[in-house]
Design a protein around this ligand. Structure first.
Ligand code: IPD
Ligand code: CA
Ligand code: CA
Ligand code: CA
Length: 280
């Protein structure tokens, strides 16, 4: 099956190639990177591997599609509003690649093998290709709009749990510690007693891929950037799930407070998050 959606010199083939190459390189440098810096805050790390992987992906995409626009995390000024500002500036692009070269840098730095490469292509603002690659497990998640979502050739489907009480959910602790972290703590406090269990594994893109694969029934996080979500959003959609803002607004590439699920628990999840926010 997967052959048909990644065959030839398609956008998807290039995205897959980039993710695989960057992922292999990232994995090969694990434990031997030499530059560790902080960006916006002490919670916001970057290494030369993040930058090198982005350069690799940007060059490869540029060779194949020189007229396309490119938005990558390491090409944008650090800070909570960087993604929104950069997206705004590129909003007229016909084709826009939205790339997180290494999602889960903190895990990478600590040798915790849960990180990914996230590559999306948007056409006039709508994601049409999404690829997330986990080099530690050699798992490649690929979706093309209208053609389904696959993990190594197997079609993915979201989970069938219909209540929060039977659901395994994930969330993340955002780098923005002032607004987003307190908001998320409330969500954690409200949801932890109501779900089967919660995971905070440290890569938003992989959490989304796991929702698509049916390994998680839902995921939410405040204050993410477009490159954390874009590729995973299509995986979830094409696997039959649902995505929205935490207020319920349907997903678009500007959404930063994301809620993604198998669809069945979505309203219940939003209701709990809204109640938690209102509780102050
Ligand atoms: C981070 C990861 C993490 C999430 C943070 C993101 P980065 O991305 O996705 O899971 O909780 O909010 O910033 O910086 O490792 O690419
Ligand atoms: Ca980062
Ligand atoms: Ca990220
Ligand atoms: Ca990153």
């Amino acid at each position: 099956e997967q052959e048909s959606i990644i065959g030839g010199k398609s956008f998807t083939a290039v995205a897959v190639n980039c993710a695989a190459k960057a992922g292999e390189w990232i994995k090969s440098k694990m434990g031997s990177f030499t530059q560790l810096d902080t960006k916006y805050s002490m919670h916001d790390l970057v290494t030369e591997v993040d930058k090198g992987a982005e350069r690799m992906i940007r060059n490869l995409i540029g060779t194949h599609f020189p007229t396309h626009s490119f938005l990558g995390e390491e090409g944008v000024e650090p800070g909570p509003d960087a993604s929104a500002k950069a997206l705004q500036e590129m909003s007229d692009s016909e084709y826009l690649w939205i790339v997180d070269p290494l999602d889960g840098t903190t895990n990478y730095v600590h040798g915790f093998p849960f990180f990914s490469v996230s590559i999306a292509l948007a056409h006039r603002g709508q994601v049409i290709v999404g690829v997330v690659y986990d080099p530690s497990r050699d798992e490649l998640f690929v979706a093309e709009r209208g053609k389904g979502a696959y993990v190594h050739g197997r079609k993915m489907q979201v989970s069938k749990e219909s209540t929060l009480s039977h659901s395994l959910l994930a969330t993340g602790f955002p780098a923005d510690q002032h607004v987003a972290l307190p908001a998320n703590m409330k969500g954690v406090q409200a949801l932890a007693p109501k779900v089967r269990n919660l995971r905070i594994a440290g890569s938003a893109a992989l959490h989304l891929a796991y929702v698509a694969a049916g390994r998680l029934s839902g995921f939410w996080e405040y204050s993410l950037n477009s490159w954390d979500i874009a590729a995973g959003s299509l995986l979830v959609e094409e696997a039959g799930g649902r995505l929205s803002d935490i207020t319920g607004e349907p997903y678009h590439i500007g959404v930063r407070n994301i809620s993604a699920s198998n669809g069945l628990i979505h309203d219940e999840l939003l209701k709990e998050l809204k109640a938690a926010e209102a509780a102050g």
